[in-house]
Design a binder for this molecule. Structure first.
Ligand code: SF4
Length: 103
């Protein structure tokens, strides 16, 4: 589940990047997997979603939001679920290593 405590609140300037999203008006089922989707069908849907993200002017903002909110499902900022998890894992390990080296 998305961690809403990490979200910035209701101020529109925190969210107005979404108004410029390349996925506005695109069927959201392209970005979020149906529960029974697997294998090639999943890979193909994600490839299509990421193609939309590649031309998106707010890709960085979208990815920043997804990482901060720990969005678990779907394609955000041009990355799939496993790619975002890997990024978060790397960031956690780097913070851990930095904190150990500063002791
Ligand atoms: S990066 Fe992709 S998911 Fe995010 S706003 Fe842009 S098109 Fe939509």
């Amino acid at each position: 589940m998305t961690d809403t405590s990490r979200l910035p609140g209701a101020f529109h300037h925190h969210w107005d990047w979404q108004l410029r999203a390349a996925c506005r008006g695109v069927d959201s089922s392209l970005f979020f997997p149906p529960p029974d989707e697997r294998g090639d069908a999943r890979a193909e849907r994600e490839r299509k979603a990421k193609r939309v993200c590649r031309r998106c002017p707010v890709r960085a903002e979208c990815l920043r939001h997804a990482l901060k909110a720990r969005e678990r499902f779907g394609v955000w900022g041009g990355l799939g679920e496993q790619e975002r998890l890997a990024m978060l894992g790397r960031a956690r390990r780097e913070r851990h290593a930095a904190s150990r080296s500063s002791r």
